[in-house]
Design a protein around this ligand. Structure first.
Ligand code: GLY
Length: 587
C-alpha cells in the first residue's frame, strides 16, 4: 500500500478546503459583549453529526480530518492517523496546529489498556524564575507572550515519533507525507483563517525578519479562498519524514531554530533540543455515575480538576434539575470556583513539585471543600481562598482531535502553541510558528497569565520544568467498553468545557452532537465572574443567578469540543464543534 503520493486524495482535500473557505458559516466575531445574552439565543451555530461504522476523526479542520480518515481507510490505525492529523494541522491550521508547540495524548487501546503521552514544551536551561520581571519585580508586558523568549522547547515532533514507534502500523514516511503534499500545494484559507492571520499581521511583522509566506507577497490582507503555500514548512516536514526526531531536533531545522533564537534574544539552545523528551505518564482514572473517566495527569491541571468537579457534582441531582437551569448552573459555578482556587495553589509539573494528588482527589477533602457552598448565594472568591488542609487528605488557542479506529483504539489529543499563532515568531527558513508557552508558567505569584489564571510556587519557572496546562484530553468508558472520546481548546475554559460535555451526555442524555452544540459557561475563581456564551441561560435563569450574586461576561464562543461517541449499536458518531470550521470524517 502506498499512500505517499495519492493524487485523488490530494484533489479531494483541495476541493474540501476550497469549499470550506468559501461556504463556511461564520458566527459573529465580536468576542465580548456585556449585554444580556438572551437576544443572542437564536444565533448560536449548530452542526450535524457524521456517522461511521469503522473509524472516525474529528478535528478543527476538514482537511486534517479527511487525512486521518484516509490513513485509516488505507489500513492505518488510530496512532498512524494521530501523527498524520497532527502534522496536517500544522499545515492547514497554523493558529494552533503545530510542530513548534506541544500537547498531550490520552489513549485507550482496543483491549482496554490506557496510556498518556506528555509532549508538553519545557523551559529552556537558561530560563529563570524572574525572567519576565523588570528590576522592580514587575511583569514586563508581552515578554512572556510575544517574541523569542516566550517559547518553551517544542515537544510535538518527539511526541509523534515516540507514539508512532510504539503503536503505529504504517511506515513513518507514509503518515508524514500528506502534510508535506498539502504544504507544498497550498491550503485555501477559510474566512476565519484569513481573519486570524490578518489580526496578527502587525505582530508577525514586528517579531520576524523580512518577508515570508504568512504575509501576502503583495502586502494586501488575506481573504477567504486565498491559497497559502508553505514551501519552507514542506521542507522542514521532509526532514522529519526522512530523519524522524533528528530531522527536527538536529540538523538544518535545529540550526534554523537556534539561529532564530539568537536573532531575537531567545534562550533555547541546541542542548535544550538534544535533552527534550516526551514522557509516558500513567493516566488519571475517576468514576462518575458508573462511568470510568480516563484523563491527563499533571503537568495538566485539567484532568485533576475534571475529576474533582465530577466527584463533587455526582452528589447533586443534575439530571432532575436540567441543563443550564438556575440550580444546575449555580451548583456548577460554585464547584468550578473551588476547584480552580486549588489549581492556582497546588498544580505544577510533578517532576519538580510535589502535587498533593491524593488530597486533591479525595472525596472527603472535596466534601469539606464544599462545606461553604450555599445553594442560594454565590460565595465571593475573595472570601474563599484555596483549600488550606489539602495535605491532611494527602493520600485560547489550542486545538483538539479525537480518533477511533476500526479495531476500537481511541486517541484523544490536545495540542497547542498557547496563544493564537504562539509567540508570533516564525522560524526563519523553516516556516513554522513557535509557541509562547512560557506564559503558562506563573511568571510572578498572583499575576494572571493571558487566560487570567494565577499561580504560585508550584508553577514557578525552572529550567527544563513543564509549564502547567489546562489541556484535558479525555476518554470515557462504561463496563469496560469505550463510550466516548473528547477534548477541546480554550485555555482555562478547557476543563469546564470537557466537564459540561460529559454532563450533557451522561446526566442530560444528549447525543454527542447535541452535547457539543449546547452553549457553555465557565468560572475559574478569579476573575470572580461567570464567562458565558450568549444565550446559554434564559433571561429568567440569568436574572435568578444574578440575584444569587453571580456576575457575567458574555462571549460568542467558549472552546471547540470534538467528540466521538461509540453508540450501543456499534455506530460511531462524530460530533464536530459548530463554533469553528471543525469537521468529522469517518466511514
Ligand atoms: N496553553 C494552554 C494550555 O496548555 O492550557
Amino acid at each position: 500500500m502506498n499512500i505517499q503520493r495519492s493524487k485523488p486524495l490530494y484533489i479531494l482535500l483541495c476541493w474540501i478546503c476550497l469549499h470550506t473557505a468559501l461556504f463556511a458559516q461564520q458566527p459573529e466575531r465580536n468576542p465580548f459583549s456585556q449585554n444580556s445574552s438572551a437576544a443572542q439565543h437564536k444565533t448560536h451555530p449548530v452542526k450535524e453529526a457524521v456517522y461511521g461504522h469503522k473509524a472516525m476523526v474529528v478535528s478543527a479542520h476538514p482537511v486534517a480530518s479527511q487525512v486521518g480518515a484516509e490513513i485509516m481507510r488505507r489500513g492505518g490505525n488510530a496512532f498512524d492517523a494521530t501523527v498524520a492529523v497532527q502534522f496536517a494541522l500544522a499545515v492547514v491550521y497554523p493558529v494552533a496546529g503545530n510542530i513548534g508547540g506541544g500537547g498531550f495524548i490520552v489513549a485507550r487501546m482496543k483491549d482496554g489498556k490506557t496510556f498518556t503521552l506528555d509532549f508538553r514544551e519545557a523551559a529552556p536551561m537558561l530560563a529563570s524564575r524572574d525572567m519576565f520581571l523588570d528590576s522592580a519585580k514587575n511583569v514586563i508586558p508581552r515578554l512572556s507572550t510575544h517574541g523569542h523568549k516566550a517559547s518553551g522547547i517544542p515537544g510535538t515532533v518527539d511526541g509523534m515519533v515516540q507514539v508512532h514507534k510504539k503503536y503505529g502500523k504504517l511506515p513513518w514516511k507514509a503518515v508524514v507525507q500528506p502534510a508535506i503534499d498539502i504544504a507544498r500545494a497550498g491550503v485555501f484559507l477559510t474566512t476565519r483563517e484569513a481573519e486570524g492571520l490578518n489580526e496578527v499581521r502587525e505582530s508577525v511583522i514586528e517579531y520576524n525578519k523580512g518577508k515570508h509566506y504568512f504575509l501576502k507577497p503583495d502586502s494586501t490582507l488575506w481573504r477567504a479562498g486565498d491559497n497559502l503555500v508553505q514551501e519552507d514548512l514542506a521542507q522542514a516536514l521532509e526532514r522529519i519524514r526522512d530523519k524522524g526526531r533528528d530531522g527536527f531536533y538536529k540538523g538544518k531545522t535545529a540550526e534554523l531554530l537556534i539561529a532564530e533564537m539568537k536573532r531575537g534574544g531567545g534562550v533555547i539552545t541546541q542542548q535544550d533540543l538534544d535533552a527534550y523528551s516526551a514522557k509516558w505518564r500513567t493516566p488519571l482514572r475517576g468514576k462518575y455515575r458508573g462511568y470510568d473517566v480516563i484523563t491527563m495527569p499533571p503537568p495538566s491541571a485539567g484532568g485533576v480538576g475534571l475529576l474533582q468537579m465530577l466527584t463533587i457534582l455526582e452528589q447533586h441531582p443534575l439530571k432532575e434539575w436540567g441543563v443550564n437551569t438556575e440550580k444546575t448552573a449555580h451548583c456548577m459555578i460554585e464547584t468550578e470556583r473551588r476547584v480552580y482556587a486549588d489549581r492556582g495553589e497546588y498544580l505544577g509539573d510533578p517532576d519538580f513539585y510535589n502535587v498533593p494528588m491524593k488530597g486533591l482527589l479525595s472525596a472527603k477533602y472535596l466534601t469539606s471543600r464544599m462545606a461553604s457552598y450555599n445553594p442560594d448565594k454565590a460565595t465571593p472568591s475573595t472570601e474563599l481562598g484555596f483549600g488550606k488542609d489539602v495535605r491532611a487528605y494527602e493520600s485560547d488557542q489550542t486545538t483538539h482531535f479525537s480518533i477511533v479506529d476500526a479495531s476500537g483504539n481511541a486517541v484523544s489529543l490536545t495540542t497547542t502553541l498557547n496563544g493564537g499563532y504562539g509567540s508570533k515568531v516564525v522560524v526563519g527558513g523553516a516556516g513554522f510558528f513557535l509557541n509562547n508557552e512560557m506564559d503558562d508558567f506563573s511568571v510572578k505569584p498572583g499575576a494572571p497569565n493571558m487566560f487570567g489564571a494565577i499561580g504560585g510556587e508550584a508553577n514557578a519557572i525552572q529550567p527544563r520544568k513543564r509549564m502547567l496546562s489546562s489541556m484535558t484530553p479525555t476518554i470515557v468508558e462504561k463496563d469496560g467498553k469505550l463510550r466516548f472520546v473528547l477534548g477541546t481548546p480554550g485555555g482555562t475554559t478547557i476543563t469546564t468545557s470537557v466537564l459540561q460535555n460529559i454532563l450533557n451526555i451522561i446526566d442530560h442524555s444528549m447525543t454527542g452532537q447535541q452535547a457539543v452544540n449546547t452553549r457553555r459557561f465557565h468560572h475559574q475563581y478569579v476573575p470572580d465572574m461567570v464567562r458565558a456564551e450568549n444565550g446559554v441561560f434564559t433571561p429568567e435563569v440569568e436574572a435568578a443567578l444574578q440575584r444569587k450574586g453571580h456576575s457575567f461576561r458574555f462571549t460568542t464562543a467558549i472552546g471547540k469540543v470534538e467528540i466521538i461517541v461509540l453508540r450501543p449499536d456499534g455506530t460511531l458518531e462524530g460530533a464536530a464543534d459548530p463554533r469553528g470550521d471543525d469537521a468529522a470524517a469517518g466511514f
